[in-house]
Design a protein around this ligand. Structure first.
Ligand SMILES: N[C@@H](CCC(=O)N[C@@H](CS)C(=O)NCC(=O)O)C(=O)O
Length: 219
């Protein structure tokens, strides 16, 4: 396997999906160049960016002559290439569980919590829809209860060590625990959040202000 270690990450640091890739890069101690695009930085419609990512969103990761987009694909790539002893799981039976939580995050958990964030934080107060917020909040709590039950049995989503599934799902936590919402007690999730806060990469990348997103529906 060639380890080119010529990494460039494209995407604004305030994006939850970009934070996944950033967290993995930091967790693995990899050197990388960070190019802020998207949001108020713009640039996603530039032909040069579209040539890298025809989907026109962030993040996009380059490693030498490889370009990959979709945040979870970037996580899997970084984990498989640089995190064999840490974020990756070689045993297909263990990896199946990591993938289960990562894919569930993409299809179920993230759409729920991101909806709460959009409806509550990104939507200006006068445009907020209380019924829609309540419905998204209920979906998020239901998803968190699955995480909570799983985390009652183990320290991290797929066992006793961090995997890329914890990164995929864990980027939600700072926002969940700082939004003005009801939070039913969930000791498994709360202890997981405390455990993640002990990691420098999590504090640096995820526990950052989202003030620039408040009341902004434009991107
Ligand atoms: N499924 C994609 C979603 C990417 C996505 O929705 N990115 C958002 C930011 S979180 C984006 O690019 N928004 C436009 C912008 O930031 O200007 C992934 O996981 O990478």
């Amino acid at each position: 396997m060639s380890l080119s270690r010529n990494l460039t990450l494209w995407g604004r640091a305030s994006s939850a999906n970009v934070q996944k890739t950033l967290w993995a890069l930091e967790e693995l101690g990899l050197p990388y160049e960070h190019r802020q695009v998207g949001g108020s930085y713009g640039g996603l419609d530039d032909p040069a960016y579209r040539a890298l990512n025809p989907n026109g969103l962030v993040p996009t990761l380059q490693d030498g002559d490889l370009t990959v987009w979709e945040s979870h694909a970037t996580l899997r790539y970084l984990a498989a290439t640089y995190g064999q002893e840490t974020l990756w799981r070689d045993d297909p039976r263990q990896r199946a569980i990591v993938d289960q939580w990562a894919d569930w995050t993409a299809t179920t958990f993230q759409p729920a919590w991101i909806s709460v964030f959009w409806l509550l934080v990104r939507t200006p107060p006068e445009q907020r829809d209380a019924k829609a917020i309540a419905a998204a909040h209920a979906r998020t709590v239901a998803a968190l209860r699955l995480l909570d039950a799983n985390l009652a049995e183990r320290d991290f989503l797929a066992g006793d060590a961090l995997s890329y599934a914890d990164i995929a799902a864990g980027v939600a936590l700072y926002r969940w625990f700082t939004m003005e919402i009801d939070r039913p007690a969930m000791p498994g999730v709360e202890n997981w959040y405390l455990r993640l806060q002990q990691r420098e990469a999590f504090r640096k990348v995820v526990m950052v202000s989202y003030a620039e997103l408040v009341g902004k529906l434009a991107f």
